[in-house]
Design a protein around this ligand. Structure first.
Ligand SMILES: Nc1ncnc2c1ncn2[C@@H]1O[C@H](COP(=O)(O)OP(=O)(O)OP(=O)(O)O)[C@@H](O)[C@H]1O
Ligand code: SF4
Ligand SMILES: [Mg+2]
Length: 333
């Protein structure tokens, strides 16, 4: 069963000379109640993928082709107003900076109650009761009093809890969270992620969790998609992607984390850099950095191929190239 289906998504930006393709044929699915982590270096296309799904892609960026379906319904071609409604009711959004999601002029109670009443058939007092319940669930102490406070009266961590409550207020089936803890103090990041995980699992909401942090992925996700240069390089169950990466880029990412439990540094320790959008090499975009590259990689671009328990966009997993040792599993970076 599928809740969210992203199929062959292409996002382009107009550029001095033609078009820049920022997302190139991105496909993945999220099942109900599942947490999908999305990881990859800065500029890989993680946020653009999230923004496309929630209908907040900023012009002149646009979806050039592909489809996004939620519960079977296409949501990539809806008008602004319809999409705004879906965004509250069916998809909740959590961004890096909690202040972008909260209106500084209104109490958090007013914002929660308004969201609940816009989307659910409940009266004012019932909505207030639910709002207090949400704040309690997200660990806001003295929720009955705090509900009447303004956003600036909360600390960063508490504000992000409020944002999570707000994202869940209309009981959406999907939460898109883009680096939800990056702006927070390191000491409370793990708490917020655990909260997000617990509350979404309890409510059966699926989550697309965008992060740089492999530790977060390892602790909280069911599956993970690794993005590189606007494409999905590998996708599969989190344990397999981490411990038996099938794509050389994933292997490099994992090798760059000396100790998953301790190291929460950004993932940028593979030699070289990700290509800019106007200089993506032909063939496999990773080929200039790839220790396993061979002739075909410089000419033909691989789509996702079955690779054990995961799928990887890498020719090493094409049965036609079996003689090249299709088992890239466990390879050194
Ligand atoms: N308005 C824009 N015009 C042109 N290019 C853009 C625009 N917005 C994003 N891009 C490009 O699209 C690519 C993907 O950007 P995106 O923000 O999705 O990356 P990301 O994976 O979220 O990175 P980060 O980890 O830094 O948040 C980048 O190369 C970026 O430069
Ligand atoms: S397709 Fe070739 S260059 Fe790309 S990751 Fe696989 S081996 Fe490396
Ligand atoms: Mg981003």
């Amino acid at each position: 069963m599928t809740l969210l289906q992203v199929q062959n998504l292409v996002v382009e930006f107009p550029h001095r000379r033609g078009l820049l393709r920022a997302l190139d044929d991105v496909s993945f699915e999220i099942a109900p109640g599942e947490i999908l982590g999305v990881v990859g270096e800065s500029g890989a296309g993680k946020s653009l993928t999230g923004a496309s799904i929630i209908g907040l892609l900023e012009p002149p960026g646009r979806i050039a082709s592909g489809e996004i379906r939620l519960d079977g319904q296409r949501i990539d071609q809806l008008d602004h107003e319809t999409m705004r409604h879906i965004r509250g009711r069916k998809i909740g959004a959590i961004f890096q900076d909690p202040l972008t999601s909260l209106n500084p002029l209104y109490t958090i109670g007013r914002q929660l109650i308004e969201t609940i009443r816009t989307h659910l058939p409940v009266g004012e007092s019932e909505a207030r009761k639910r709002a207090i319940g949400l704040l309690q669930d997200t660990g806001i102490p003295a929720a009955e009093q705090r509900i009447d406070h303004f956003p600036h009266q909360f600390s960063g961590g508490m504000r992000q809890r409020v944002v999570i409550a707000l994202a869940l207020a209309a009981e959406p089936k999907l939460i898109v969270a883009d680096e939800p803890t990056t702006a927070l103090d390191v000491s409370i990041q793990a708490q917020i992620i655990q909260l997000l995980k617990r509350i979404c699992k309890e409510r059966g909401a699926a989550v697309m969790l965008i992060t740089h942090d492999m530790g977060v992925i390892a602790e909280s996700c069911d599956r993970v998609a690794v993005m590189y240069a606007g494409r999905v390089a590998e996708i599969g169950p989190v344990h397999e992607v981490i411990h038996q990466p099938a794509h050389p880029y994933t292997a490099g990412l994992m090798a760059s984390i000396p100790d998953m439990e301790m190291d929460r540094e950004r993932l940028n320790q593979i030699d070289g850099t990700m290509p800019r959008l106007n200089a993506i090499p032909t063939g496999c975009a990773y080929n200039p950095r790839c220790p396993r590259a061979f002739d075909r990689c410089r000419v033909e671009r691989p789509d996702l191929l079955h690779a054990g328990a995961t799928r990887a966009a890498c020719w090493l997993h094409d049965p036609r190239d079996a003689h090249l040792d299709t088992r890239a599993k466990g390879m050194a970076a």
